[in-house]
Design a protein around this ligand. Structure first.
Ligand SMILES: [Zn+2]
Length: 692
């Protein structure tokens, strides 16, 4: 599952871009946040608030002064010391893209044309709503539910990804994810997921808090405004009906915690099962229009949503569905329609949902969208220029150290049955760790026109669907990547027993060959450990060395694991960022386990890297102190309240401030900072949760 970034699919460019920025993704070791310097300090003392006792709030101890002195820029939902890295990264991508405009090869020409189509505001203004007219006219001409089923089928896209990107729903009626089968990991299978709502999660429709009610009021205004801009009469009435339908759809949706339970998701339906288990929608027509009529089976991730949504197709008036389709179409393309649409889109997604007051400059949005829709094309250029082979070799060595630590830790576990342990080690031995870029690249040759941004987006999404559909039934490539090399992130792919560490996360200053071991292991080392541990966590433990959903644990192994995991759930449930909103320990369990184990493993690997020598002291901190401060500083992030609420409700990670509290489960941390029982984060040795 995705480790750091929150949502990164290429769905809806501006919205996704905003969420990316809101999330602030990954924070680099603060040590090397300035220019990379040989043997620079392991920690940035000026970030710290040493008046805070480390055992009371380790995050503020490490970052309190930085937090106090940092103001969130108006076009951001959050700020972190790595913001500079992102600025530089965007600039690097823009350089590559604008230089592509001068090159003559086909790849470069497509990149340049896509970028131009987004930047050409005059052409976008002149075209108005016209580029969407064929779609809107098609929707208006629907006269019965049979035609509706066809139109809904035609909207299906490969825009969900349950286990790698933890993206469990789409705003289309349903979404397709093509991945190795739960029971047949040698071949790609079709997974179908719930959809139909625009707001980020069912909670936005169902929660009765004042904050959510206010968002819903503003959402209704947003739907009305877009419909009016697109020339619809009775926009208010239509908006009310669209939202009522979305509300009903949300009621049938699974919660994020349910989505994360792979055992609940393992439901194989034959085509005939759909009309008996989920009557209402004309499934034959739906699948024909989606190009899936030849499929003999599907994994249906959230059966309840399929039953509920299909019933709504039958019970809700045709006109409501037509309005719903029209609005969803406009909403998906609004960021690339004339300014009035794009501004309204920003006003809702940026301001209301994430508290951002100023829109990103157009070139940044253009870079993000071009990158999202031509990831391999841009990736080739990026790797060539920014990823030297030496870095790949160095990171490879660090990964090997971490894997050696895990092997050692697995061998030393006393609660696991020997047979289970042997299989866990087999899983570690067959783990594919991709570093920098994929061995084989995904490319699709859809047509890119310099004056048709709506068409470019639409062709890109369709090409992705066609590529993924064609993959169904073919042999699994375990070395296939799901992130582009220029993504600042890392990911665990449980069905492939594989990890991806893209080139962009392995650059200075996030990885610095000259930084002390404490900084590199406390930050990027912990990330590597985090990803490896997903292989064995609450979700990873459900898959064997070949990526099959298979129980390779004994009952006792599971009982022990679940009991310890339950304690971690309780630990995170007890954190309350707002008086009316606590963290969700169950929703974030897999990520919290990965942090718990990743930090412990990174510490061991760090100690091993010293080869028995004492670590150099920097700024009065010994090696262990540097390691934990570098870790906590890597999570420095200041966030607007609305964005934080959004994250708590929709993210499978804990917010960064609380991720830093993971230290309280680590024995060496207590020694390093002489933590006393009266300090707030103190846990007695029996209360500390240590899983691996
Ligand atoms: Zn993770």
């Amino acid at each position: 599952m995705e480790s750091l970034l929150k949502r990164n699919s290429d769905l809806i460019p501006v919205r996704r871009l905003l969420i990316c920025i809101a999330a602030t993704l990954f924070t680099i070791p603060a040590s090397s946040q300035q220019k990379p310097q040989p043997h620079g300090p392991a920690v940035v003392p000026s970030y710290m608030a040493t008046s805070v006792r480390p055992g009371d709030d380790f995050y503020l101890y490490a970052n309190g002064t930085w937090e106090k002195n940092t103001e969130i820029r108006p076009d951001r939902a959050s700020e972190s010391p790595s913001s500079e890295l992102y600025d530089q990264h965007e600039q690097k991508l823009q350089d590559l893209i604008t230089e592509a405009g001068k090159a003559q090869d086909a790849n470069s020409r497509r990149i340049a044309a896509f970028y131009h189509s987004y930047m050409d505001e005059a052409a976008i203004e002149a075209a108005g709503i016209k580029p969407l007219e064929p779609q809107l006219k098609g929707i208006a001409s629907i006269t019965d539910k049979h035609q509706l089923a066809r139109a809904l089928g035609e909207t299906l896209r490969a825009d969900v990804d349950a286990l790698n990107m933890t993206n469990f729903h789409t705003d289309n009626l349903f979404g397709l994810w093509v991945a190795p089968g739960f029971d047949d990991s040698d071949h790609y299978h079709a997974y179908l997921m719930q959809g139909g709502i625009v707001l980020p999660d069912r909670e936005y429709y169902l929660s009765d808090t004042a904050a959510m009610r206010e968002i819903r009021t503003k959402y209704e205004r947003h739907v009305t405004t877009l419909l009016k801009l697109a020339g619809f009469a009775d926009a208010e009435k239509r908006a009310a009906r669209i939202i009522a339908l979305e509300h009903a759809i949300a009621q049938s949706h699974w919660s994020l915690a349910e989505d994360n339970d792979v055992h609940k998701a393992n439901n194989i339906w034959k085509p005939a099962d759909f009309s008996s288990k989920a009557p209402g929608l004309d499934w034959t027509e739906y699948f024909r229009a989606a190009g899936l009529d030849k499929q003999t089976s599907f994994y249906v991730w959230q059966p309840g949503a399929f039953t509920g949504e299909s019933a709504l197709v039958a019970s809700t008036p045709l006109e409501d569905w037509k309005d719903w389709l029209a609005f969803h179409t406009i909403e998906q393309y609004a960021p690339v329609l004339p300014k009035a649409f794009a501004d309204e889109e920003f006003s809702f997604w940026g301001k209301t949902l994430n508290g951002v007051s100023v829109q990103q400059p157009r070139w940044k949005r253009a870079v993000a969208v071009t990158d999202a829709h031509l990831p391999s094309e841009v990736g080739h250029l990026y790797v060539e220029r920014y990823f030297p082979p030496e870095v790949k070799a160095q990171v490879q060595a660090m990964v090997s150290n971490l894997i050696a630590v895990y092997r050692h830790r697995l061998e030393g576990i006393n609660w696991m049955a020997p047979a289970t342990k042997a299989q866990a080690i087999a899983k570690l031995d067959t783990l594919y760790v991709g570093i920098g870029y994929p061995e084989r690249w995904d490319e699709e040759n859809y047509e890119v026109k310099p004056d048709d941004v709506v068409g470019n987006l639409s062709r890109s999404r369709l090409a992705k669907l066609q590529r993924e559909r064609a993959r169904i039934g073919t042999a699994v490539d375990r070395k296939r990547w799901c992130l582009s090399p220029q993504t600042i992130n890392a990911v665990n792919l449980p069905l492939q027993n594989a990890l991806n560490f893209p080139a962009a996360i392995l650059q200075a200053p996030s990885f610095d060959a000259h930084a002390p071991a404490a900084a590199n292991y406390g930050a990027i080392g912990m990330v590597i450990g985090h990803e490896i541990s997903h292989t064995f966590d609450s979700e990873g433990s459900a898959f064997d060395s070949k990526g099959r959903l298979r129980n390779w644990w004994t009952k006792d192994d599971f009982a022990h694991f679940n009991a310890v995991a339950a304690r971690l759930v309780a630990q995170y449930d007890a954190y309350k960022p707002f008086p009316d909103l606590a963290l969700k320990g169950k929703q974030t369990l897999a990520e919290n386990i990965a942090d718990d184990a990743g930090l412990a493993a990174a510490y061991d690997a760090y100690k091993a890297s010293l080869h028995g020598q004492a670590a150099p002291v920097h700024d009065g901190f010994n090696g262990d102190q540097q390691f934990y401060i570098a870790f906590a500083q890597s999570w420095a992030e200041k966030m607007r309240d609305s964005a934080l609420r959004n994250e708590i409700l929709t993210d499978t990670h804990s917010p960064d401030h609380w991720r830093a509290f993971e230290v309280r489960n680590q024995d060496p941390w207590y020694e390093a900072f002489e933590i006393k029982p009266d300090e707030k984060l103190y846990l007695s040795p029996q209360e500390r949760v240590q899983i691996w």
